[in-house]
Design a protein around this ligand. Structure first.
Ligand code: HEC
Length: 178
């Protein structure tokens, strides 16, 4: 057998195997939207905490175990699980025993990807990250603040015009007298 060909075949198989075993954020997105998004956002706290940076707060093994059965960990006295549970007003996160480790890794890959794409929060105390998108309204009559400003500007211009015309006629009046 031609060794070059063997090499290429083996590399291709390894490449595909690698793709098969690597965590896949696309699958993770589907799982996240179907199973987690009702309580979790990547960047905001909803019922559950924002999952951004969760891989820095806990080990992967801890997260996998927590997602499968958080209350079991709380009851077993796991310190970190108790802390998260108490910080979230002891709202119980439902168990997901049917998710396997790879599926949870996919979800984590998706969370990581989303977190990397999220706009960086600056430290301005009054900033609300959720409302940072510029509020671009089209200029239609439905844009009331714009319409009110526009109409007021026209009224001011008309008043100014009337005022200037009156000054002119007043001046003319004076000149006629002398
Ligand atoms: C019904 C609401 C709900 C759903 C659905 C849910 N969670 Fe949670 N999750 C929570 C709550 C509430 C907490 C806070 C901890 C607690 O109460 O035990 C939490 C905590 C967590 C934590 C710990 C976060 C931290 O900052 O320490 C992780 C990780 C997590 N959830 C992942 C998931 C994943 C992944 C899914 C989807 C497979 C999911 N959750 C689905 C409500 C939910």
């Amino acid at each position: 057998m031609n060794y070059n060909r063997l090499f290429i075949t083996v590399s291709l198989i390894l490449l595909h195997a690698g793709a098969l075993f690597a965590a896949d954020p696309k699958d993770g997105k589907m799982l996240f939207q179907g199973r987690c998004a009702s309580c979790h956002s990547v960047t905001k706290k909803i019922t559950g905490p924002a999952l951004m940076g969760v891989e820095d707060r806990h080990s992967e093994a801890w997260i996998i175990s927590f997602v499968k059965g958080s209350q079991a960990m709380v009851k077993a006295g796991d310190k970190a699980a108790l802390e998260v549970f108490n910080q979230n007003n002891q709202v119980v996160m439902p168990d997901h025993p049917d998710l396997n480790d790879d599926q949870i890794r996919d979800i984590l890959a998706f969370v990581k990807e989303e977190a990397a794409n999220a706009p960086k929060e600056d430290n301005a105390p009054f900033s609300r990250p959720g409302e940072k998108q510029p509020n671009l309204m089209p200029m239609t009559i439905y844009n009331f603040p714009f319409m009110i400003a526009y109409v007021m500007l026209i009224i001011i211009m008309i008043l100014l015009l009337v005022f200037l015309v009156n000054i002119k006629s007043y001046e003319r009046h004076i000149h006629k007298e002398d």
